[in-house]
Design a protein around this ligand. Structure first.
Ligand code: SF4
Length: 253
């Protein structure tokens, strides 16, 4: 499966090959308990933050890698303002694209990557339109996207979930991944890529697109607002009794 071609701080190859754990009913129950506990805290159902067509969502997702939402959002708007359509981005010189997206991390890598991905889409389906993915099941649509170099599980899930396709796919970003690891939903050696399949399998197969979107959003928001990277605020975390990583003393009244 192709992986991101951007620089990464992820685990070395021996760690990235870690296989998904076998299904464990207790872990599935915990995943559901976490969802039930966090849903009222973050006011589910959460409104979708984008209404982009799937190809635009793909470009937006490529821009967002290791970049704050506000900066990738500005870069996306700048790209749309500078070029009339995605065909024009394919026809453009890479430095022109790079100039438009200068605010994101690694614009010198993302500019050629975006152009190459757009070219690959046009070559593989004959047009710059990914609406046909909506007629496929999620696994097939993800496989179609991930066959393009530079598109990994996070991007494919984001395209299917966040775009106007509104398909039941579960994206996992770095916050979501960190909280899931601390809660013991995934092992410490499971990288973001393989965590997608494991975390999705812990949730009911018949969950709707909104259910899975909410699951991603609440774990991401919890990582941003409570389970911080450096100093998790365990003392005010509603998951403290479920969490093997809770800081010493956080469980005390
Ligand atoms: S108890 Fe602490 S480590 Fe566990 S999820 Fe909450 S904030 Fe994160």
């Amino acid at each position: 499966m192709p992986t991101s071609l951007f620089p990464t701080t992820s685990a070395p190859p021996s760690r990235r090959r870690a296989a998904p754990s076998p299904a464990d009913p207790a872990i599935n129950d915990k995943a559901l308990a976490v969802h039930a506990r966090l849903s009222p805290v973050y006011a589910c159902p959460i409104p979708y933050f984008h209404s982009l067509d799937p190809l635009s969502e793909l470009v937006s997702s490529l821009l967002s890698h290791r970049t704050r939402n506000a900066e990738s959002g500005r870069a996306f708007k700048a790209l749309r303002a500078r070029f009339p359509d995605w065909e024009a981005v394919i026809d453009a010189a890479v430095p022109e694209i790079q100039a438009a997206i200068a605010g994101v991390t690694w614009p010198e890598l993302k500019a050629p990557r975006i152009r190459e991905v757009l070219l690959a889409v046009r070559e593989r389906c004959g047009s710059l339109d990914l609406a046909f993915l909506g007629a496929m099941d999620v696994a097939a649509a993800r496989a179609w996207l991930e066959a393009i170099p530079g598109i990994g599980p996070k991007t494919s899930a984001a395209v299917l979930s966040f775009s106007t396709l509104r398909m039941p796919a579960l994206p996992v970003d770095s916050h979501h991944h960190r909280v899931a690891q601390r809660l013991g939903l995934i092992g410490a050696r499971i990288d973001v890529g393989p965590s997608h399949a494991i975390l999705r399998a812990q949730l009911p197969a018949d969950w709707s697109a909104q259910d899975l979107y909410d699951n991603h959003e609440i774990l991401m928001l919890h990582g941003q607002q409570v389970c911080h990277h450096r100093r998790p605020a365990c003392g005010r975390c509603v998951l403290v009794d479920l969490c093997p990583s809770a800081a010493a003393g956080a469980r005390e009244p």
